[in-house]
Design a protein around this ligand. Sequence first.
Ligand SMILES: [Zn+2]
Length: 309
Amino acid sequence: MDAAFLRFLLPADAGVCIAAVAVTSGLVSLTLVTTGDGAICPKCWSVTTTVHGRYRRTLHDRPCLGFPVSFAVTARKFACWRTDCPRRVFCERLPELAELHARATSDLTAVHRRIGLSVGGEAGTRLAAGLGLATSPDTILRRIKDGPDEPAPRPRYVGIDDWATRKGHTYGTILVDLERGTVIDLLPGRDGEAVKAWQAHLPVEVITRDRWPAYIQVATAAAPQAKQVADRFHLLTNVREAVEKILSRVAADVRAANAAVNAPADQAPTAPVDTPPASPSRRPLSQARSGGRLRGGSRGRSGSDGSKS
Ligand SMILES: [Zn+2]
């Protein structure tokens, strides 16, 4: 491949140039050399041009035309000239290309982070492999943790409920963005005091909650404009309790009605001798064949036994 063609793989101000290109075993490998005149000491911010040595970095990048791409970067180590600086030697930074000590370019890192934020670690690994961006679940999760916090949109529908760090002993309060199904915050205690800190962040339209008095008070005080509704869990719980209460009250009547309905069938007299059964098709074949010749008890084993009256 042509080096000029592959130049588009690199950021415009990456501070490197392509020294060589090699395509082996379906892998595109670019040898890069840094081009800056000097570097800035990360401790004292002095500019230095004294090269102390060189070292090699390997960076993996996004695939190009379906081929995996890696950069072999020859970077430099610089010596700080200031005698009062605690950092004698430092590695050259390539902020536009990759983070310090990273083994993947910033572009590839960002893609992994976006995949992880979209579908999670395990599913993200399978998706990334299909896209030629093979990685591991741990790496995707690490990319998410190391990445900048995404600005969260202001929630419109918020759920407030308690949660237990130790059931029966220690409880906190959880705020949930019901539109996105994400946790907004975990707060200590469930007396509503911690929620008051959220007062400025609660210009919400709807708050769902249970009937815990502290939550009623804090929701009313913190977001008076919001409509408060009982959450689905507690509504269903209330319905279940109401149905159980009604059924327990009328249980005796239900049992009596059931007995009355089933009584004729349970106490039904045996079929008359000459009356054919109501559903001969459901009788055993032996009975069906001899049914017309039977006398007396035509049900049960009498027919099959061949007993006749
Ligand atoms: Zn320095």
